[in-house]
Write a protein that binds this ligand. Structure first.
Ligand SMILES: NC(=O)c1ccc[n+]([C@@H]2O[C@H](COP(=O)([O-])OP(=O)(O)OC[C@H]3O[C@@H](n4cnc5c(N)ncnc54)[C@H](O)[C@@H]3O)[C@@H](O)[C@H]2O)c1
Length: 255
């Protein structure tokens, strides 16, 4: 990825930080965009300390103006864009469908689905103008299967899957591949916050994974970076499940 410019939306922590570090290890110059500027700068600092090149930008994925400003920063700093992970999302509190408020629904959609569309709208032309590249949108098993008490999040992630396939077909002959990664549980601060609020779910959450554990953020990052790499040059419109065996677990009987 030497000579390429990579962007991670939501690169300040968790999977996004691991992805930014993985892009940098592959030789890319990395733009770390995050709603939390301090976290974005921390990730950029880690890349620079390891000898890489990084730029931190504050941006809310729900804001078209912020996303346009990121594209401007990328263009003016490094002249183009090639590789992207649209990674940030907003998960609402656990609630039955009938209890979700309109505000909770709208906030979740504004980042998790509308935000990914806004990113694609501005990233695709810039990548095409830069000679081509690849985008990975981080979705979720929730988008493939639904998710009890996470209806807005599941619907938004399902939308991300459909949007990604649409982008993949629109840009397949224009030099941009678009795929998704669908993780199971990841050991991030977001997941830890969720489990601390509902300790009774901790063991159950581990148990739904055939491997009996959560993913390390780096394990999801590796899948994202692979799909962005030339080794995946004939892969577009694909949803790569990286779930430690959640989907197959439903067929496993404990003997
Ligand atoms: N953690 C899991 O178990 C899990 C499972 C499946 C899918 N995912 C998906 O993986 C992705 C990353 O999740 P994570 O757990 O690593 O997240 P995280 O909570 O650990 O970190 C997310 C980062 O995104 C930033 N962010 C939040 N809202 C933003 C916004 N509106 N604009 C820009 N940046 C924003 C945060 O500041 C933070 O730096 C998300 O799309 C999430 O839905 C996570």
């Amino acid at each position: 990825m030497r000579g390429k410019v990579a962007l991670v939306m939501g690169g300040g922590a968790g999977t996004g930080r691991a992805t930014a570090l993985a892009f940098a290890r592959e030789g890319a110059r990395v733009v770390v965009a995050d709603i939390n500027e301090t976290l974005a700068q921390k990730t950029a600092g880690l890349i620079q300390a390891a000898g890489g090149e990084a730029l931190a930008v504050r941006a809310d994925m729900a804001s078209a103006a912020d996303i346009q400003a990121v594209m401007e920063a990328v263009r003016s700093t490094w002249g183009g864009l090639h590789l992207v992970s649209n990674n940030a999302a907003a998960a609402p509190p656990n609630k039955a469908l009938t209890d979700i408020t309109e505000e909770e629904w709208d906030r979740c959609m504004s980042v998790t689905l509308r935000g990914v569309w806004l990113c694609l709208k501005h990233e695709l032309p810039l990548i095409e103008a830069s000679g081509g590249g690849a985008i990975v949108n981080v979705a979720s098993l929730s988008g493939l299967r639904g998710d009890p008490h996470q209806g807005a999040y599941a619907a938004a992630k399902g939308g991300v899957l459909a949007l990604s396939k649409t982008a993949a077909t629109e840009y397949a002959r224009r030099g941009v591949r678009v795929n998704t990664v669908c993780p199971g549980g990841i050991a991030t601060m977001g997941m830890e916050f969720y489990l601390q609020g509902m300790p009774e779910l901790r063991q159950k959450t581990l148990d739904v994974h055939a491997m009996g554990r959560l993913a390390e953020p780096a394990e999801i990052a590796d899948a994202v970076v692979y799909l962005c790499s030339d080794r995946a040059s004939f892969i577009t419109g694909h949803d790569l499940v990286v779930d430690g065996g959640v989907l197959v677990r439903s067929n496993v009987i404990d003997l």
